[in-house]
Ligand binder design. Structure first.
Ligand SMILES: [Zn+2]
Length: 432
């Protein structure tokens, strides 16, 4: 049932005690960094007085911008020779944010991930095809180490190269795949349409999804297409990468690894804690990492704690599906719309290519939402009626999710602007 029963079923009071012991160490480590020693001094903070989780709320937040300004190593708490790995994520502006790991950090992360994968039903007999990007991005290596620790055979295929993915999947009998939701839909369609194989006939029985926002509908579509059981996994590079929270086989939220993180849910505007069970922004303090002890990190991800206990017996609290990011929300004709909701719909449509753009403007005092979608080149050589049909499918699907009726414009591949890092996805002319 459990990978590490003692910790997974720990009593609340013992967990809080463990978190507070680890918090003390994390604060001492933080105080050894250039960034936090200065910040604590500026705010007259005596870390020896921060002893409980309640006291933690007296400390200032850490933001992505703080990480950027600390580039390259202003937040690293250990000497360079103790660091065994770094990961980095690119931003739309400025320098990357860099995360360092000691040997212990890498093995703790692997244990955390292995535990999550086990809770989703993965076992040592599984063949794990890891189709997540390897490299500076944490998605690939994060679950790779967890899979090895579980004793699975790990196939590190990384992203793309669909023919190779399919060949390995068939020849080595992959039972579990780790994949982004959009690629899962795309690959499934390729297998069905180009290889004339029903993906449901392949040995894959579970999918671990992550690395991009997606809707419950997309998850169901993947389960239907592949005949698999799909699991959510939440993570962000600042907090290690994937495996921060993992869905168990009861599928009623993602258990947060609370022995690694102290979580708060706040109102993103007032920064005050929201009542238990209500949606707000997730704030995480990493208390189990030597190289990068990040205090009160504003994830910008909107979620809530699911009240009550899970039927699986794990005592770690469960996070709800991430609803969106607090800094991304658009208000269109009075309706809250998250770009992630739009992405979840359009990226689930196989004809849609890799880029899209959301444009909001105002006509005759009314808000208008335009969604520009790149289609694959082959779509433009067919029937105009097919395009009109596709347009109404996308319009209706979007309307059912976001309430607002969008105007869909089709674009040829490569026609929308792509930047060196992330593409600019949202343009709000009302603000210009
Ligand atoms: Zn559970």
């Amino acid at each position: 049932m459990f990978f590490n029963k003692d910790i997974e079923t720990i009593e609340r009071s013992s967990l809080v005690k463990l978190q507070e012991e680890r918090l003390k160490k994390a604060l001492e480590a933080a105080n050894a960094t250039k960034f936090y020693s200065q910040r604590f001094k500026e705010n007259n903070i005596d870390i020896s007085k921060i002893k409980t989780i309640e006291h933690l709320r007296d400390l200032p937040f850490t933001t992505k911008n703080d990480l950027r300004l600390s580039y390259p190593d202003g937040m690293c708490a250990v000497p360079r020779e103790k660091v065994v790995r770094m990961h980095a994520s690119s931003g739309t502006t400025g320098k990357s944010t860099v995360i360092f790991y000691t040997k212990k950090d890498v093995s703790e992360w692997a244990a955390q991930v292995a535990r999550g994968m086990y809770s989703a039903g993965m076992r040592s007999t599984d063949v794990f095809q890891n189709m997540m990007g390897y490299g500076l991005f944490t998605g690939g290596l994060g679950l790779h180490y967890g899979g090895e620790l579980l004793g699975c055979m790990v196939i590190p295929t990384s992203t793309g190269n669909s023919p190779k993915q399919i060949e390995l999947m068939q020849d080595f009998g992959s039972t579990i795949m780790h994949i982004t939701p959009s690629y899962a839909l795309h690959l499934g369609e390729v297998i069905r349409n180009e290889y004339k194989i029903n993906p449901r006939d392949l040995p894959v029985k579970k999918a671990i999804l992550g690395a991009e926002p997606y809707s419950e509908e997309t998850k169901k579509k993947i389960e239907e297409l592949w005949g698999v059981d799909a699991y959510n996994n939440y993570g962000l590079s600042e907090m290690n990468g994937p495996g921060v929270a993992f869905e168990c086989t009861h599928k009623s939220g993602m258990h947060l690894a609370e022995d690694y993180y102290i979580a708060e849910i706040i109102n993103p505007e007032t920064c005050e804690p929201v009542p238990d069970g209500e949606f707000g922004e997730l704030v995480l303090t990493h208390v189990n990492r030597e190289a990068m002890p990040i205090i009160r990190y504003r994830t910008r991800d909107l979620t809530r704690f699911i009240p009550g206990t899970c039927g699986c017996g794990r005592t770690m609290r469960r996070l709800d599906r991430i609803k969106g990011r607090s800094d991304d929300m658009l208000i269109i004709s009075g309706v809250n719309v998250f770009p992630s909701q739009i992405e979840g719909v359009i990226m689930g449509i196989p004809e849609v290519g890799n880029n899209y753009q959301i444009v909001v403007d105002r006509e005759n005092n009314l808000d208008r939402l335009h969604v520009r979608v790149e289609l694959y080149a082959k779509m433009f050589s067919g029937d105009v009626k097919e395009l009109e049909k596709l347009k109404s499918v996308i319009t209706n699907r979007l309307k059912s999710v976001i309430i607002v009726t969008p105007r869909i414009e089709f674009c040829e591949p490569g026609s929308l602007p792509a930047s060196m890092g992330k593409a600019v996805r949202v343009i709000d002319h009302r603000k210009l």
